[in-house]
Design a protein around this ligand. Sequence first.
Ligand code: CTP
Length: 416
Amino acid sequence: MERRRILCAVSGGIAAYKTPELVRGLVRSGFDVRCAITASAARFVAPLALETVSGHRVRADLFDRAEEGEIDHIALADWAELVVVAPATANLLARMAIGMADDLVTTLLLATRAPLLVAPAMNVNMWRHPATRGNVEVLGRRGVRFIGPESGALACGWEGEGRMAEPARIVAEVTLALGPRTLAGERVVVTAGGTREPVDPVRSLTNRSSGKMGFAIAAEAARRGAEVVLVAGPSALPTPPGIRRIDVQTALEMRDAVLGEWPSARIVVMAAAVADFRPADRALQKIKKEDLPEGAAPSIALVRNPDILAEISALPRDGRVVVGFAAESHDVLDSARRKLERKGCDLIVANDISREQGGFDSDRNAVAFVWPGGPVEELALLPKTEVAAQLWDRIEKRLGALPRDAGAEPSAGASR
Ligand code: CTP
C-alpha cells in the first residue's frame, strides 16, 4: 500500500531535539516523512539525525540547486498530504500569520494546500503574549490545527504552558487526521476497563482489566472517521484523540452511560470487564476493625449487577451491530459460543486469559472471533492495535451487509 505523505517542518526551538523521535514515530506508523528545517532549527537538531530517521534528504535551503533538483519546493509542498510543524516557535507563528515566505519553511507553508498541524513550543510568557495570542487566533481561523503546547517545566527555567506536545501525541493526531475514512458518519460506543464496585469509601471490588484493548478499539474507530464515545471504567490511560470519553466507576453507571448513548449509536463494542456482582450495601463510612469483635472480619453480601451486553442485545436492533467480549480461562471457544447465544450479540471476541502472553496488562492479545451459527476465526498473538484494526475490518464488512438506517430512536416493535 502506498504510504501517506507527511512533510515535517521544523523551526528553531530547543524542542527540536524531540523532532527525530517524532519523525521516527511517524515512519514506524507507516508514513512517508520528509523534513524541512529553518536555519535556526539546524542549530538545535542535526539534519543528519532527521535524514537518518526519515530516510530522505533534509531540505534546508530554498536556493540550493542540488536540493531543488531532487524535488523543488513547490513539488514538495504539493507532495505533502499533511504538514506537521514541530516545534513551531513564536517567530515562525508570526511569520506564518502574516504570510511571509522568506525562507524555505515559510515558503512551503504558504505554497502547500495540505492541512497544517502545528505544535508550538516556547517560553510561557512568549506564548501568552498578546502578539502570539493574536497570531494563533489568525491561524486558527484559517483552519490551522494546534496541538499543545503542554504545561510543565520549560527548558528556559520557567514553569507553565510552552512545552511541545509529546511526539507520541503528535503521531496519534497525525494518524487520526490521515486515517482511512471508512467509518465516517458512524456513531460508535466502546466500553473499556474494569468497573469498580465500592464496599465503603476506601475499599472496592474490581475486575482486572487494563483497558488497553477497549482504548485501542476506540482509537481505531476514531482513526477511521467514526464519532466515538468511550465509556471507561477507572483507568489512567490517556484519551485517544478525537474521542468523547465518559468516565464511570460502577457497572450501574456504565449501564446508564451505554443506554444513554444507545439510541444514537450504530455500533456498540463492549470490551469492558464489568463486575458481575456488587456489594448489596455500600457503607458510607469506612468499615473500622475496632467496631468488629476481636479478630472478626465482616462478610460482604453481594448482589448481581445487570448484564449490560445482554440488555442492549435484547433491544430492537434496527441495523445496529453489537459486539461482546469473552474473557475465558478454559474451554474458550465453547464458552464463547454459549455466551454469544445467551447474550444475543452479533459477534463475540474471545480471549484465553490463561495464556502466558497476551491478555490483561499486555500490549498484545490473541483472540478469536466467534460468529453466530458457529464459525470461528482465530487470530495469532498480535498487538492490541492490530487486533482492533482486524475487529473493525470485520464490523465494517458486516455493516456493509446491513441497511444504513440506524442512528435514530429505535421504533418499538422493530425486530433484529
Ligand atoms: N458484560 C456486561 N455486563 C456484565 C458482565 C459482562 O455487559 N454484567 C459484558 C462484557 O463487557 C463482555 C461480555 O459481557 O462484553 C462478557 O463478559 P464476561 O465477563 O466474559 O462474561 P460474563 O457475562 O461475566 O460471564 P462469566 O463471568 O460467567 O464468564
